[in-house]
Design a protein around this ligand. Structure first.
Ligand SMILES: *Cc1c(COP(=O)(O)O)cnc(C)c1O
Length: 411
């Protein structure tokens, strides 16, 4: 199926605007220039669909793709993606041989080096590796005191023709809080680690440490390549700054239609536990999305837009459904007239934002979009609204690392 082919209207869908993805990639790439942009499409592109987003990002000028797991990278290769592709999180069961065979770059923090070399030896194909230094996040990455030894081992393998050190990288801990000094410390440690590697003889292609918040707030973190996830999906990594203020366009709209609607008296309990009781006679509408669809169970109070008005979810969110109280704003219409009406949880003009759901759930926008489950249909639109977006059509497809033939565009 052509990825831009129209999907029939789904009963519950996450609609992804590929023009928004391309706009965000171009906008962030412009900010990062002359550094290149790696589109991070792990976790099924934060719930947006890895293949579709990868293609759109490459069309818009991303030079690299990034994922956590080799399995995610292999799925992209199977889908026809030939662009440079990095996977950085592995287990003893990760298929390093498949990665080397599929020309997937492998991020290594320590033990993986030997596993990767074993695969390269077996295949008689040199592996492409990026050495990761822990500059302070305390998760993956080689500890500072072992770095020089680690680099030395990698270089020895490189001399044996078993691998090529393509990159040196690290990850930031507090880039979403630009005032914090730890980022300065991390960047200094990164520069030091790069210097150690260069002195030892590493001739890297790319140094990379910046995620979305660092791209936006720390030009001194850009180096040769930036790894962009959240911003590409059009969301803000900063508590005090909206996506619009950052020039980003949210790509996902989560919507469904009202499944039922009825008039109820005062004192009607709503959903499991009966924690909500209608304060007065009112109209309740049933929204067929629940925690099995990825809506956090704790997010009671989250906003749902119907007919341009926003209603909070009342009572517990259940596995498949949740309830909004239409009476609260005195909305017009008979209960029957609401059945089948569009209900938007987030995304799109004037609609609630992902951040409001994050707040209702005590979480962050990253988690809300990423956890939308496979039970919700993904569909794709390509909004060419003219003006600033007219460029979206013009640059499509040019020398992107994908197969040709994506000319079909939805209205
Ligand atoms: C997920 C991830 C990113 C992307 O982070 P955003 O804040 O979404 O831009 C970058 N680098 C690594 C190592 C990651 O795990």
């Amino acid at each position: 199926m052509n990825y831009l082919e129209a999907v029939p209207p789904a009963e519950r869908s996450a609609v992804v605007d590929l023009a928004a993805i391309r706009h965000n990639v171009r906008h962030l790439a412009e900010i990062a220039r002359p550094a290149r942009l790696m589109a991070v499409v792990k976790a099924d592109a934060y719930g947006h669909g890895a293949l579709e987003v990868a293609r759109a990002a490459l069309e818009a000028g991303a030079g690299w793709l990034g994922v956590a797991h080799i399995s995610e990278a292999l799925a992209l290769r199977t889908g026809g993606i030939s662009a440079p592709l990095l996977a950085w999180l592995h287990t003893a069961d990760s298929d390093f041989a498949a990665a080397v065979a599929a020309n997937i770059d492998i991020g290594v923090s320590g033990w993986e080096l030997e596993a990767v070399v074993a695969a390269a030896r077996e295949l008689e194909v040199p592996a492409r590796v990026h050495l990761k230094i822990d500059t302070g996040l305390g998760r993956n990455g080689c500890p500072e005191d072992l770095w020089e030894t680690f680099v030395g081992r990698a270089l020895a393998y490189q001399e044996d023709g078993l691998l090529r050190v393509v990159g040196i990288f690290s990850h930031l801990a507090v880039a979403d809080e630009p005032h914090r000094a730890e980022t300065d410390v991390q960047l200094q440690k990164f520069r030091d680690a790069v210097a150690v590697a260069e002195d030892a003889g590493v001739d890297h292609e790319v140094r990379h440490i910046a995620n979305t918040p660092a791209v936006l707030s720390r030009p001194d973190s850009h180096f040769d390549l930036v790894r962009v996830g959240l911003g590409m999906y059009g969301l803000s990594p900063f508590a005090g700054q909206s996506a619009a203020e950052l020039g980003l366009r949210p790509a996902m709209t989560l919507k469904t239609t009202i499944a039922n609607c009825k008039a109820v008296p005062a004192g009607q309990g709503v959903s499991y536990g009966l924690h909500y009781q209608t304060p007065e006679p009112t109209t309740l509408a049933l929204v067929p999305l629940g925690y099995a669809d990825g809506i956090p169970r704790v997010a009671t109070g989250g906003p749902v837009m119907v007919d341009g008005e926003v209603f909070p979810v009342v009572g517990r969110i259940a596995m498949d459904q949740m309830v909004i109280d239409l009476g609260r704003t005195g909305i017009a219409g008979t209960p029957a007239s609401f059945i089948g009406k569009e209900a938007i949880l987030f995304g799109g003009e004037g609609a609630p934002q992902v951040e409001e759901w994050a707040q209702a759930a005590g979480s962050i926008n990253y988690e809300i979009i990423t956890r939308i489950s496979g039970r919700v249909t993904r569909s794709y639109v390509d909004t060419h609204t003219g003006g600033a977006d007219a460029e979206d059509t013009d640059k499509s497809g040019a020398d992107a690392g994908i197969a040709a033939g994506s000319a079909a565009v939805l209205p």
